[in-house]
Each structure stands twice: as structure tokens, then as C-alpha cells.
Design a protein around this ligand. Structure first.
Ligand code: PEP
Length: 252
């Protein structure tokens, strides 16, 4: 089963609606010929509607950065998967380490979000990754395997191919310190092993596992050359057209 190759930008809390519209205008023009990989921009809630319109008919898909796991209700300040689908979202990031850390999101809550996203036909990008202390203690495989197991609770074999996993070592996010291609590949192999134990070989081989953590134009080619790395989740370098375009156009 051929795996999807996906390059996704995570804009975090950046860009007003007009700034966002300008950036996707540049991306649409510069990336119009790309056919062999999927391109996604995960943007702030406020820009979703405008970009849903701006990206119609293009090869760039829209993603959100969060959701609340209910269709509707008294959850002040929250956004449901149904609302995301309604404005043209196809993807949604769940379990980003910033949300795990600053908003104390547990694997159990992330699993609820993942199930809710799939229920509305959204493709969740599930982020997992170890902290620096955990890596220094040699616990990265245990920590990440547990995250994958617990976050995929309730997801069956028919659904897993709609889930994208992003391995993002926390010590590499926004720090300029990326994992080496070998370190990343080893962790991706570990994650694929967990998927194999849960869903079988064919499904594990078909699941897209992206790498995230200080991916830049000058390191993307080496990372993407690794056999287990199927794309990139890009924070800082997705905020400028020039760097994101170069990353999308990685050569492996
Ligand atoms: C991220 O936020 O998911 C990320 C990978 O950020 P950066 O590329 O800036 O490290």
C-alpha cells in the first residue's frame, strides 16, 4: 500500500485574516504544479472561513489546530468538529505538545478528540513525542509507544488510515535543534511497530507518519530521505512562503 506523503504547516497563533489570505495566495501560486504530495495548512480558527474560500479548487488543503470533542453544546469558547468541516477543513491537529503542556491535555482527552474528528470525516494529525529528560533517560520509545496506544483507543482498522501521526520530539520543537534523520527514523519505526501490533502489517505500512521539530529548508531533504518518514509537520518555517515552498518541494 503506497503511503501518502504530507507536508503540513502549523501556523500556531500567527497571522490575521488578511495576513493569512496573503500567504495562501503566495503558496497557491508557487505550489500549483505539485501533485505527488499532499499540502496542508493548519491555521488559526479566525482564518478558517476565509481560507476555506480562498483554497477552493486548489491543491492545498485546510486544517485546524484544535477541536472540542462534541457536536455542539454549552462549551464556551470551544469549536466542534462539525463547525470545522462546515468551513472546509479536512485535517485537524490533535495532541500537539503545546496543548499537552499548557492546557494539560491527557492522552484520554486527545483520544476523544481524535474519535470526534473522525466522526465528522476530518483527518486528525496526532502529535506524539518525548520530552528532553525522557530522551536523556532513554525512555523515548516507551513514552511515545504509550502515547500512540492510549491516543488510538477506540480507533479501528477501518479508521486508522485516516489518521496521520506526527512524531515531534518536544526538545526539537521551535528550538532549532532537530532530531537527526537516524533518530527520527528509529522513532518512526517504533511507531510503525505499535501500529503493526494494533492493526496488522498492511495497515501499519499504509499509515503516514510525519516528522516535526525544527524542519527547515536546509535539513528537510535529509530527513525525508529516511524510509520511515512520510512527510513533515512544520511550525516556524511554514510562516513564510519561501521557506514553506522549499520544504514542500523537498527532494529525497
Ligand atoms: C510544530 O509546532 O509542530 C513544530 C514542529 O514547530 P517548529 O517547526 O517550529 O519546530
Amino acid at each position: 500500500m503506497a503511503r501518502n506523503i504530507i507536508v503540513a504547516g502549523n501556523w500556531k497563533m500567527h497571522k490575521t485574516v488578511s495576513e493569512a489570505t496573503k500567504l495562501v495566495g503566495e503558496l497557491k501560486e508557487a505550489l500549483a504544479d505539485v501533485e505527488d504530495r499532499k499540502i496542508v495548512v493548519c491555521v488559526p480558527f479566525t482564518a478558517l472561513h476565509a481560507l476555506g474560500q480562498a483554497l477552493k479548487g486548489s491543491n492545498i488543503q485546510l486544517g485546524a489546530q484544535n477541536l472540542y470533542p462534541a457536536d455542539e453544546g454549552a462549551y464556551t469558547g470551544e469549536i466542534s468538529p462539525r463547525m470545522l468541516a462546515d468551513v472546509g477543513c479536512r485535517y485537524v491537529v490533535v495532541g500537539h505538545s503545546e496543548r499537552r503542556e499548557y492546557f494539560e491535555e491527557s492522552n484520554e482527552f486527545i483520544s476523544d478528540k481524535l474519535n470526534a474528528a473522525l466522526g465528522q470525516g476530518l483527518k486528525p494529525i496526532l502529535c506524539v513525542g518525548e520530552k528532553l529528560q525522557e530522551r536523556e533517560a532513554g525512555r523515548q520509545k516507551t513514552v511515545v509507544s504509550r502515547q500512540v496506544h492510549e491516543c488510538l483507543e477506540g480507533i479501528d482498522v477501518e479508521e486508522i488510515l485516516d489518521v496521520v501521526i506526527a512524531y515531534e520530539p518536544i526538545w526539537a520543537i521551535g528550538t532549532g535543534r532537530t532530531a537527526t534523520p537516524e533518530q527520527a527514523n528509529t522513532m518512526h519505526r517504533q511507531i510503525r511497530g505499535v501500529l503493526r501490533s494494533l492493526y496488522g502489517e498492511e495497515t501499519a505500512q499504509g499509515t503516514c507518519i510525519m516528522y516535526g521539530g525544527s524542519v527547515k529548508p536546509d535539513n528537510v531533504d535529509d530527513l525525508m530521505a529516511q524510509p520511515e518518514i512520510d512527510g513533515a509537520l512544520v511550525g516556524g518555517a511554514s510562516l513564510k512562503a519561501e521557506s514553506f515552498v522549499r520544504i514542500v518541494r523537498f527532494q529525497s
